[in-house]
Design a protein around this ligand. Structure first.
Ligand SMILES: [Zn+2]
Length: 58
């Protein structure tokens, strides 16, 4: 499985959505442990989401 598939799952997790059926939570966690590029990507995705939440009009 490629990083791009895991990143789709990471972004779903960040958004609080269900993971794509082809990626289990355990597989995603295992990939994050072994892939620093996806760890960094996930960190950025969370930061962007936090920023976006702060900018959202009330
Ligand atoms: Zn990766």
């Amino acid at each position: 499985m490629h990083c791009s598939e895991f990143r789709t799952a990471i972004s779903a997790r960040v958004d609080g959505e269900e993971l794509p059926p082809e990626v289990s939570g355990a597989a995603l966690d295992a990939h994050l442990l072994s892939c620093s590029a996806c760890r960094d990507w996930g960190r950025r995705a969370r930061r962007l989401k936090t920023l976006a939440a702060g900018l959202r009009p009330v």
